[in-house]
Unconditional design. Structure first.
Length: 438
C-alpha cells in the first residue's frame, strides 16, 4: 500500500525531472559551438519580435526614400539567426529584388579573414608576432621614414627607421604603411607616382609582384608610433603565401571557407555565382542611387569580382554573402570553433579581440586588436556595443560587429558610396540593442 502511494507520487516527479534534464541538454546542444547557425524565433534568444520590426521600418524607409537602392541586415544570438531581411532591388528597373543570398563586395571586411589566416600560422609555430617582417619578406629590411616632403613635386627625404616593422605592427596598423586610395594626401601622391594600383579593384597584378615593391616605399612614421590605417593587411596576405607556400585564395578556401561552409565568398566569382553580385550604386545630382559605372572618385573600379584576376588583396579583395560572413563571425564569437571545426584556439581569439595599441590615438576612445576594432567602456556609450565587442566594416558600405557579452553578431550591408541620408548604419546599431528583451 505504502509502496503504491510512493510510486504514484515519486515516479511522475522523476519523469518530470528527466524531461527537464533532456530539454536542458537539448538547449545546450543547440547553443554549442559544435552546432551550425539555425534560424529561430526571436523570443528564444532574448529578442522582442515586435521591437525587431522597427528595423524593418528603418530599412524599408531607406529604400522607399531612395537613400539606398537596397540593404540587407542580419542578427544572430546564442547561435540562432533571429533576423535576416533584405529590402530593395539590385537593378535600376526595380524588377530584381535583393535576395538573402546576394553577394556584396565586403572590401575591408577581408582584413579580419586575413588576420585569422595569419594567426592560424602563428599557432603552427611558423613565426612570432614580434618577428620583423623582413625575416620572411627580405625587401622590408632597413625601412626609411619620411623626414621632409615637397607636395609640389612629391619628392621626399627619409631617415632610417629606429626599428623594423613587425608582424604585430601590421596586424595593428601601426607599421607606418599608408593607404593609396583612402590614405593621407602625402602617401597617396607617393604611391600614385610610383605606379601603385588602388590595391582593391585591381586584378592584373599579383602579391609577389606588388608587395616587394611596396616594401621599398617610405613609411609615414616610425613603426609602432601611431595607428595609421593602411595596406598592412595586404602585406599580411603575402606573408601567408610565403609562409604557407599556398596562394592566398587557396589558403582561404581550404583552411577557412570550406571548413566554415562559406560557399559564397570569393576574390573572383565563379561563372555560376556572378548573377548574385550586387551592383555598386552612387548618387546622382538629386541624391538618388544610380549604378556606378567606371571608377569612383578614388579611382577604384567596381567590376573586379567579375573578372578572372590574379591579385588577391588580403586587405579588401573579397566578396561574400551576409550569411557567409555570419558564419565567420560566429566562429570568432565561439572562441575559434564552428560546426565542430576548430579554426583557432580560444586564447588566440582572445588575443585578437583584446586592445593591442594602448594609448595610441584611435576613434571614440576604442582600441584595436589583431585585425579588429575593440570597443572600450567609453566607446560602448555611443551606440550601445558592449565593451569588448569587436568590429569593422568595408569601403562600399558594409558593417559588422560581434558582442561577446551579449553573445550576438550583427551586420548591415549595402554596396553604395556615399550613403548620405537616414544614417541607417548607426540607427541599426541602436535598434539591435533596443530589441533585446531578457
Amino acid at each position: 500500500m505504502h509502496t503504491d502511494r510512493f510510486s504514484r507520487f515519486i515516479i511522475p516527479i522523476v519523469l518530470c525531472l528527466f524531461s527537464i534534464s533532456c530539454v536542458n541538454r537539448t538547449t545546450k546542444q543547440e547553443l554549442s559551438p559544435s552546432s551550425k547557425l539555425v534560424s529561430a524565433n526571436p523570443e528564444s534568444s532574448g529578442f522582442s519580435a515586435e521591437r525587431l520590426n522597427r528595423i524593418d521600418t528603418l530599412l524599408q524607409e531607406a529604400v522607399d526614400s531612395a537613400w539606398v537602392k537596397n540593404v540587407t541586415a542580419y542578427i544572430s544570438r546564442h547561435g540562432r539567426i533571429v533576423y535576416h531581411q533584405s529590402f530593395g532591388y539590385t537593378n535600376e528597373e526595380n524588377t530584381v529584388p535583393l535576395s538573402d543570398e546576394s553577394i556584396f563586395r565586403i572590401a575591408s571586411q577581408t582584413k579580419a579573414i586575413t588576420s585569422v589566416a595569419v594567426m592560424m600560422l602563428f599557432e603552427e609555430g611558423k613565426f612570432l608576432l614580434g618577428d620583423p617582417v623582413s625575416k620572411y619578406i627580405p625587401e622590408f629590411s632597413n625601412p626609411g621614414v619620411i623626414q621632409t616632403f615637397n607636395d609640389k613635386d612629391t619628392t621626399f627625404t627619409t631617415i632610417p627607421a629606429v626599428s623594423e616593422i613587425t608582424i604585430r605592427d601590421l596586424l595593428t596598423h601601426t607599421s607606418g604603411i599608408g593607404y593609396l586610395a583612402i590614405g593621407s594626401p602625402m602617401m597617396k601622391s607617393i604611391y600614385y607616382k610610383n605606379g601603385f594600383p588602388a590595391f582593391f579593384g585591381s586584378h592584373e597584378t599579383s602579391l609577389d609582384e606588388l608587395i616587394p615593391k611596396l616594401a621599398k616605399m617610405p613609411l609615414e612614421h616610425q613603426p609602432g608610433e601611431k595607428f595609421t590605417y593602411g595596406m598592412n593587411t595586404d602585406v599580411l596576405g603575402y606573408l601567408v603565401e610565403v609562409v604557407s607556400g599556398k596562394p592566398l585564395d587557396e589558403f582561404f578556401r581550404t583552411r577557412i571557407f570550406e571548413p566554415l561552409d562559406m560557399n559564397d565568398t570569393y576574390f573572383y566569382l565563379p561563372k555560376e555565382k556572378k548573377d548574385q553580385l550586387v551592383p555598386v550604386y552612387t548618387l546622382n545630382d538629386i541624391d538618388h542611387p544610380i549604378i556606378l559605372s567606371g571608377p569612383d572618385d578614388n579611382k577604384i573600379h567596381t567590376e573586379y569580382p567579375l573578372l578572372d584576376g590574379t591579385f588577391f588583396s588580403g586587405g579588401a579583395g573579397l566578396s561574400a554573402s551576409i550569411g557567409d560572413y555570419g558564419k565567420f563571425l560566429q566562429m570568432m564569437l565561439n572562441k575559434g570553433v564552428y560546426d565542430g571545426k576548430r579554426i583557432l584556439a580560444r586564447r588566440t581569439v582572445e588575443l585578437m579581440t583584446t586592445d593591442q595599441i594602448g594609448d595610441l590615438d584611435f576613434r571614440n576612445g576604442n582600441g584595436f586588436g589583431l585585425g579588429f576594432e575593440v570597443f572600450s567602456k567609453k566607446g560602448e556609450l555611443i551606440f550601445g556595443q558592449t565593451e569588448g565587442s569587436f568590429a569593422w566594416g568595408g569601403y562600399w558600405g558594409t558593417t559588422y560587429w560581434a558582442d561577446p557579452k551579449e553573445d550576438l553578431v550583427a551586420m548591415i550591408f549595402v554596396n553604395q558610396r556615399p550613403v548620405k541620408k537616414g544614417d541607417i548604419h548607426n540607427k541599426f546599431k541602436v535598434l539591435v540593442y533596443q530589441a533585446l528583451d531578457d
